[in-house]
Ligand binder design. Structure first.
Ligand code: GUN
Length: 293
């Protein structure tokens, strides 16, 4: 069996087009331009790349972006001061503080300083708290987890009643994606470094979400035939034949797993583009909400 490829790039492009049309309408009918502020502290090359990509996509759909770069040495007060300014700026509908922050900064306090109505990343403790509870509605849901669910939905993968295994328990992906799957009535297992017999546990999954940051860790015999496999990993591996000397691979051994899985996301071109699509959607939602629409 060869898996159906889940094309995140094409799906994200379709969502961008939906957003672009809505942004245009919002401008035309109400004179509102959605705005996203990005806060980047330090010079982590991966973070710089992600923030640039987010800004570029904003421009393509007509969302205004406000880029703020602070030095690696920025103090807690400086970062929180900037966030307070952005909270007060009515042209800013979404605030994204790129993670990870330099070690001397208290991430929890920075995220808690973001107004929950502008928390388009969904990482504010109140939004995460609401996500973790039954029947509560977060203002926003974290973007990468939302992108995983959107891909399953758009490809017609049923979630309700299914066994879902999440590999990884990070605050950014593993934990929130497990919550989203739970709210959709899947039965959830979260695996981590202390889990016994990972292959057997993963093999139970109808839906397997790999978000551990280990290149090609998930092998063909970890996957139940026909399962939907969503690969969130973005890992650099050395490749002397590549122009840059490295290439990007996911957490899943793509070539082997595609022979077993029913659905599979590639890396790159799977979940990655969806993260940005969900961020743009959250920013648009925020702008509409701020205007009472
Ligand atoms: N670092 C890795 N992923 C993300 C994300 O989705 N949002 C932010 N703010 N930082 C990240």
């Amino acid at each position: 069996m060869t898996a159906q490829l889940i094309d995140g790039k094409a799906t994200a492009a379709a969502i961008h087009e939906e957003i672009r049309a809505e942004v245009e309408q919002l401008k035309g009918e109400h004179g509102i331009v959605p705005g996203l502020a990005t806060v980047l502290v330090g010079e982590n090359p991966a973070s710089q790349f992600y923030v640039r990509s987010k800004q570029k996509r904003c421009a393509e759909v007509g969302i205004r972006s406000f880029g703020h770069n602070l030095p690696e040495t920025a103090s807690q007060e400086e970062v929180e001061g900037l966030v307070a300014e952005l909270n007060a700026n009515p042209e800013v509908h979404g605030i994204l503080v790129q993670l990870p922050l330099p070690k001397h900064l208290d991430e929890e306090r920075v995220l808690a300083a973001i107004g929950i109505e502008k928390d388009v990343d969904g990482f504010h403790p109140i939004n995460i708290g609401r996500l973790a509870m039954k029947g509560r509605k977060p203002m926003f849901v974290p973007c990468t987890p939302a992108g995983c669910i959107e891909l399953l939905d758009r490809y017609g993968v049923e979630i309700e009643g299914k066994e879902a295994v999440v590999l990884g328990r990070s605050n950014i992906v593993g934990l929130p994606v497990a919550m989203l799957l739970l709210h959709r009535n899947a039965t959830i297992t979260i695996c981590h470094s202390r889990t016994k017999d990972l292959p057997a546990t993963c093999r139970r999954a109808d839906i397997l979400i790999a978000a551990v940051g280990r290149p090609q860790m998930v092998k063909a015999d970890w996957v139940k035939p026909g399962a939907a496999v969503i690969d969130v990993g973005i890992n650099r591996v050395e490749d002397p034949t590549a122009k840059r000397g490295y290439r990007i691979v996911g957490d899943v051994d793509f070539e082997a797993v595609k022979e077993v899985a029913g659905y599979l996301t590639p890396v790159p071109g799977g979940v990655g583009p969806m993260t940005i699509a969900m961020l743009l959607r959250n920013t648009l939602t925020s702008a509409k909400r701020a205007a009472g629409l």
